[in-house]
Design a protein around this ligand. Sequence first.
Ligand SMILES: [Cu+2]
Length: 159
Amino acid sequence: MSKEAVMSMRGIKGYFIFRQASPFDVTQLSVNLTNLRELVGPYHVHNFPVPSVRSGQCSNDNVGGHWNPFAVDTTSPTYPAGPGSTHDKYEIGDLSAKHMSLSGRSAFDMTFTDFNLPLFGQNSIVGRSVVIHLVNSDRKRGNKQTENMGSMGISFSLA
Ligand SMILES: [Cu+2]
């Protein structure tokens, strides 16, 4: 299965592609973004889709907190501040902590392997949203509504 979230907001253009061949395979996450102007940092899968009536537009719509079906405690002192821990230690949706922040970048073109980012089953990210946050957003406040650089829906047509 392959799902794509395409964005073109506030001058930023690019996409996230999520690929997982079966529930028993790892997920490949490809991130390609241009014209970031060093404005953004964290990016996450949030709980709810961007309302379809406004999708494609820049939005601060409430898409809920980070997708975290295993209730990993991000306020714990042992919660990893960045990449390097096994993926089960992070919220499923905390993509930038698991892989790499966008901060300080003008462009970004990377592919990551994620052992805990399902496109199948009850913990799937399909039908949710990807949110890119301004660089000065606090990760621990990321569960609340902070300034978003733009939200975009992950396509969830399952044909
Ligand atoms: Cu977020």
